[in-house]
Design a protein around this ligand. Structure first.
Ligand code: HEM
Length: 609
């Protein structure tokens, strides 16, 4: 009897497997037939390309598949996690001889693009090529927002959020960054007793990204939410970056009213928890997380609760449309008095002011606030981390930046400080940012799609796309494409951006920072670290002002240098660091997996050659 049942189950299972395999093969063959008829080349991939499991697990099993004999696993190189970072565009260029190609899989064909003209067509026809929903869905978790919305919904979100990024806000970004960066530099160059370190004896910074995330969050808190948070420590020496859930060792308050009484975790701790563990947060129920064996997961729901509590406090603190805000509560929920408020220019106030007619509802406002934090935090911190590390490997360019900073200071009267008017003078620093983002973009793909049939033009030929095609605009391949970035597209050469006053931008190019004169204007569509076209980054200028101000403060009288604690010697250390820069993985942005130790050393006491 049991034998018969097992035989029946076995037969059923075999039938299911055969029918699945048949379905898989039929769909794959269909995709291949379509790709073969297209004017661009294709590669067959033998996995459901948009499968989340493959994305999650491929760092572990992709190396195994790749090592299969007779090139059986070669296809994996075209679809493993962060593949375009892994091959930097070389693989398709060398093997397929094309900057546009398909990967054909059982779940359809996906178009990969690293050709500037095609990128331009896609980003400018934003209604024909909306974002590929699958890749943005997770970001709707906080509520509908300007990054994830499409069509007329997106126009509504952008109408309210877009104008809040104005010149007055940029000036606020500059001021907030200046204050924060000075405190950060002080903590990088002082001992715990408050004394300045002896030249050449400055503290080693083990986890640069931690501090850069702290400054990015403080700048966002100040310029986006009017929360001026003091720098968490006077010296990085002995500061345990892992165990600071609540308190700060600063004398002043936390920037949030009575934080220690109303919050059990600090703002930075909550933010780091959410950014580091985003996929656990959205993937598992709070109950499961709270009962998990790992402490970092157990505290995640509480960190998220605290995060939302902070955000609500910030929203409640914004002046009402009448220009007044409640000052105290009589316990009945009614405010006892109101006080007039100065017009604030932080993003949140600008957004709420613009939304007087309730174009966005409360949940959409909340979604946008959260998304500004997510979009502007790690991206800004991470580009600074890479830039500072790259700069530590390039003492000559570092000297050029210091010369620029010195010349800005030379024009100042005694007692004068940097101001927002100095920002356009920071050309060399901007070149550093642009080149860092060219080589190491934080967002390596822009994901687009088609809803109906569309046609693109590639190499003067029509390229038809069926409905529901996914398109990857591949920033790494594009921004290292020799067609646009010769000479030496793979080398870090920030000086490529610095042009002399006779430079006239060629036709079909765009300036990447209009505030700075005589910078290289790349060909339209060939440089997309901030996206391009209608859906390009709203916070681009915010991030640029922040970046330039931080570098201008950090390098005034100081140099960033690599810490050679293994006694390897300069060249060997430099090579090791460049390899470390190469090892990355996308969490939300493309993150470095290792850490590089640096220190900020008084000028003249550097140990690099
Ligand atoms: C170096 C720092 C930054 C980088 C590299 C960066 C990169 C990007 C990219 C590539 C996109 C397009 C995403 C896509 O289409 O898939 C984008 C969009 C966006 N970014 Fe940024 N970003 C940075 C900083 C910021 C900051 C500081 C903010 C806000 C404070 C911000 C807010 C936004 C918003 C709101 C959008 C969506 C725009 C729309 O779809 O209309 N970003 N960013």
């Amino acid at each position: 009897m049991y034998q018969q049942i097992f035989a029946l189950l076995g037969a059923l299972l075999t039938a299911v497997v055969i029918s699945k395999l048949f379905g898989f093969w039929t769909s794959l063959s269909q995709a291949r037939r379509f790709a073969a008829a297209s004017p661009v080349p294709y590669v067959s991939v033998y996995w459901y390309r948009e499968s989340g499991w493959f994305w999650l697990l491929s760092p572990w099993f992709a190396p195994f598949l790749e090592s299969l004999p007779f090139g059986l696993g070669h296809w994996v190189r075209y679809m493993k996690r962060d593949f375009s970072w892994a091959h930097k565009g070389k693989l398709p260029r060398e093997e397929l001889g094309s900057d546009v190609f398909w990967t054909a899989a059982a779940d359809g064909c996906l178009l990969h693009v690293s050709d500037a003209d095609v990128v331009s067509q896609v980003v400018h026809r934003w209604k024909d090529f909306p974002k590929a929903e699958l890749y943005y869905h997770d970001l709707t978790w906080f509520g509908d927002n300007v990054i994830t919305a499409e069509g007329s919904d997106w126009q509504r979100h952008r109408k309210i959020t877009g104008p809040s990024f104005n010149e007055r806000n940029s000036s606020l970004v500059f001021q907030e960054t200046l204050t924060q960066a000075k405190a950060m530099l002080a903590s990088f160059t002082h001992e715990t007793d408050g004394n300045i370190s002896a030249p050449g004896e400055e503290p080693v910074i083990d986890d640069l990204l931690f501090w850069l995330k702290a400054i990015a969050l403080n700048v966002l808190s100040g310029a986006a939410f009017n929360r001026h948070i003091p720098w968490p420590t006077k010296s990085v020496v002995g500061f345990n970056v892992l165990h600071k859930p609540v308190e700060s060792d600063s004398d002043s308050d936390s920037g949030f009213p009575a934080e220690s009484k109303t919050h059990s975790m600090s703002w930075q701790y909550c933010m780091n928890q959410i950014m580091d563990n985003f996929y656990f947060l959205i993937g598992f129920s709070p109950w499961l997380l709270e009962h998990s064996p790992w402490k970092f997961l157990r505290t995640l729901p509480a960190a998220f609760g605290e995060f939302m509590h902070y955000i609500q406090e910030m929203i409640d603190d914004v002046p009402s449309a009448e220009g007044t805000t409640p000052t105290s509560d009589d316990g009945t929920g009614n405010s006892t008095s109101t006080k007039p408020l100065l017009r604030r220019n932080d993003l949140l106030s600008n957004i709420l002011r613009a939304n007087e007619n309730d174009l966005l509802d409360e949940s959409e406002i909340l979604g946008n606030i959260c998304i500004l934090l997510i979009a502007g935090h790690e991206t800004s911190a991470s580009v600074l981390e890479i830039a500072l590390i790259l700069l530590a490997t390039e003492p000559e360019f570092q000297q050029r930046i210091r010369d620029e900073i010195d010349s800005i200071w030379a024009a100042k009267k005694p007692g004068e400080d940097l101001t927002y008017e100095d920002y356009p003078k920071m050309r060399t620093i901007m070149a550093l940012m642009l080149e860092t983002l060219r080589l190491c973009p934080q967002i390596i793909n822009l994901f687009k799609s088609t809803e109906t049939s569309q046609t693109l033009t590639y190499r003067s030929q029509p390229l038809p796309l069926p409905p529901h095609t996914t398109i990857f605009l591949e920033a790494v391949s594009l921004q290292r494409n020799p067609k646009y970035w010769s000479p030496s597209p793979d080398l870090f050469l920030p000086s490529r951006w610095l042009k002399d006053p006779t430079y006239t931008p060629p036709p079909n190019t765009l300036p990447e920072s209009p505030a700075h004169a005589n910078l290289l204007c790349p060909q339209k569509g060939s440089y997309i670290p901030f996206g391009a076209g209608m859906r390009s980054c709203l916070g681009k200028k915010f991030a640029q002002v922040e970046f330039c101000t931080i570098v201008a403060v950090l390098l005034k009288g100081y140099s960033v240098e690599l810490v050679d604690d293994g006694g390897k010697g300069w060249e060997e250390k430099r090579r090791e660091v460049l390899e470390c820069l190469d090892r990355r993985q996308t969490i939300i942005a493309l993150r470095m997996l290792g850490k590089v130790k640096v220190r900020f050393v008084r000028s003249g006491a550097e140990s690099f050659p």
